[in-house]
Design a protein around this ligand. Structure first.
Ligand SMILES: Cc1cc2nc3c(=O)[nH]c(=O)nc-3n(C[C@H](O)[C@H](O)[C@H](O)COP(=O)(O)OP(=O)(O)OC[C@H]3O[C@@H](n4cnc5c(N)ncnc54)[C@H](O)[C@@H]3O)c2cc1C
Length: 557
């Protein structure tokens, strides 16, 4: 049987940063990833990564902006850790070889981002994630960390209440293997594909959140789903917040910079939930342009656009036939990020012993009800590092446990039963689209009891129909048809948790905006939602928010 001290699921920035740290502590580390590491979604990050490096900035300012951005739902001790440790982590990345953009005087350049009181987003043009990911991968190669490339994690092995490994499929052969480990770090990224459309890559199907949930570890604050203000018309491809950070305007059909109505001070650079609601209101009240609003960059000039926003100009050309040098880009709010995830402490430890989590799949919680742009890459690095160290320390104190082969047999049985279904059943692709459009229509920017209840019922119905989903291709070699069906199972769990949590939360906070409860209600709802998996769907519990320095205030921009 394959065996490691620390096994990391996911080779995005969080997983790789965790591996780097654990390896430095001399434990036996391996990563498994369903795609080649540099194809992880972190590679798509455009705009940048935050750290208070500026002369007049401070980690306290960064913390306050993050707490306010979170609509006071972020745990302030975790936020302080994130912001205090950010500058050293950025410098470390720089020393590893990340060629961040620089100012004329040679210091690191920083661009303004939404909801931030200072320009504190470090960037490499508009391809920041890709560059950091490649540099981290080089570090892992140098250190000799083993990567099981194109292996798909199917389940966690839990014995005597302790997580002690996983069952995974080598996608090339279809063979299942148990991998025993003293600690498992979940770093599987986001769940964007639960919605349609989304800015997230095809692989962002929330696998690790569902795997942890099914294994008995609770998910936290899942009803908070971020809609990014600028996603490209029709395709939903992301146009970075950096475009507004560099000075881009949002205008409506009348040519007005309408954000003045919603955020008179920060305008286009208010927090994302505020900008997205502003845009959607313009569109709903008839001041949109073909269900979109316009992102105008023309006044920034060719030189700036080509130097700092070259990739998004190409994206707009390729996907919408729009040349940002000559015309405004039609954009609209689109599903982008999951604020919640596997509940962890600041060392990445989940309540299930032996399980850790970091990155977008985890919830420490630093984003609360709304994440600030540039804080997610930062979270992967800071809490990826901490989870790697936490897991390495943990494994030094625990003995290896035997893992019975029955876990593999069980998964094998599950896959055989999927193959054995009648060919007349529905396809996973069909159910997936119904799920995505249901979530967009009913669990979107503006929510009501009626729509949320509709979503909960529809997802229940889809879960029933999922039992009859059939796999057209029965082979074992790289069967993406089979994997898509398994991923759909994960996503249906998460769609249910999101919509159930949203229906229960009777207030508006951050990205969760209830038309029937338009105010934030700190008396009753200043608390985290925890979702536990039961045979009848999620069971919800609530936990207090940690407040250290900043009492909740009215939130305006
Ligand atoms: C288009 C886009 C632009 C963004 N821009 C920014 C930005 O500018 N700044 C910012 O701060 N944030 C940005 N974000 C958010 C940020 O990029 C992500 O939240 C972050 O990169 C997630 O990193 P991660 O390591 O948690 O997961 P990912 O990078 O998504 O990696 C997940 C890994 O898990 C593996 N995996 C998943 N399931 C399985 C399974 N079942 N078995 C085996 N392996 C599995 C995958 O193969 C992959 O290696 C952006 C997001 C998107 C979608």
């Amino acid at each position: 049987m394959l065996q490691h001290d620390v096994l990391i699921i996911g080779a995005g920035l969080a997983g790789m940063r965790a591996a780097y740290e654990a390896k430095k502590k001399n434990v036996d580390v391996a990563i498994i990833s369903k795609v080649h590491p540099v194809r992880s979604h972190s590679a798509a990050a455009q705009g940048g990564i935050n750290a208070a490096l500026g002369e007049n900035d401070s980690w306290e300012n960064h913390s306050f902006d993050t707490v306010k951005g979170s609509d006071y739902l972020g745990d302030q001790d975790a936020v302080e850790t994130l912001c205090r440790e950010a500058p050293a982590d950025i410098i470390e990345l720089e020393n590893m070889g990340v060629a961040f953009n620089r100012r004329e005087d040679g210091k690191l350049a920083q661009r303004p981002f939404g909801g931030a009181g200072f320009a504190r987003t470090c960037f490499v043009s508009d391809i920041t994630g890709q560059v950091i990911l490649h540099v981290m991968y080089e570090q892992l190669l140098k250190m000799g960390v083993q990567v099981y490339e194109e292996w798909f994690c199917l389940s966690l092995i839990v014995e005597n209440g302790v997580c002690c490994g996983v069952v995974a499929m080598d996608m090339l052969t279809g063979k299942l293997e148990a991998i025993r480990s003293k600690a498992v770090i979940m770093a599987t990224g986001g769940l964007g594909r639960v919605y349609h459309p989304t800015t997230n890559g095809l692989i962002c199907t929330g696998d690790g959140m569902s795997l942890a949930y099914r294994a008995g570890s609770p998910l936290m604050d899942m009803e908070f789903v971020q809609f990014h203000p600028t996603t490209l018309k029709t395709s939903g491809v992301l146009i970075t917040e950096g475009a507004r950070g560099e000075g881009g305007y949002l205008v409506n059909a009348k040519g007005e910079r309408f954000m003045g109505r919603y955020a008179p001070q920060r305008m286009e650079l208010a927090a994302r939930d505020v900008v997205s609601r502003g845009e959607q209101t313009e569109i709903d009240e008839g001041r949109g342009v073909d269900e979109c609003i316009l992102l105008d960059l023309r006044h920034l000039g060719k030189e700036l656009i080509m130097q700092k926003l070259g990739q998004i100009r190409e994206l707009a050309l390729d996907y919408a036939d729009i040349d940002a040098l000559k015309e405004p880009i039609p954009v609209r709010p689109g599903m982008h990020y999951q604020m919640g995830g596997v509940k962890t402490d600041a060392q990445g430890k989940a309540p299930l012993p032996g399980l850790f989590a970091a990155g977008e799949c985890a919830c420490v919680s630093v984003h609360g009800a709304n994440r600030l742009g540039g804080n997610s890459l930062l979270e992967t690095v800071v809490f990826g590092r901490r989870a790697g160290a936490g897991a390495a320390d943990y494994v030094n104190d625990v003995p290896a446990t035997a893992v019975s082969e029955s876990a593999v047999a069980e998964e094998e049985k599950r896959i055989k039963s999927l193959f054995a279904r009648e060919d007349r059943g529905e396809t996973a692709a069909k159910l997936r689209l119904e799920m995505g459009t249901t979530m967009k229509a009913n669990v979107g920017i503006f929510r009501t009891r009626e729509n949320l209840a509709k979503a909960v019922d529809k997802i229940k119905e889809l879960k029933e129909r999922y039992k009859g989903v059939h796999i057209q291709h029965k082979g074992r070699v790289f069967n993406t048809n089979l994997l898509a069906a398994i991923e759909l199972g994960f996503m249906l769990d998460l769609a249910e948790v999101i919509s159930t949590g949203a229906l229960a939360r009777q207030e508006s906070r951050g990205a969760h905006s209830r038309m029937d409860f338009p105010q934030r209600d700190d008396n009753n709802w200043l608390k985290h939602t925890l979702a536990f998996c039961t045979a009848d769907g999620p069971r919800l519990e609530y936990r207090p928010v940690t407040i250290t320095r900043w009492q909740p205030e009215r939130r305006t921009y």
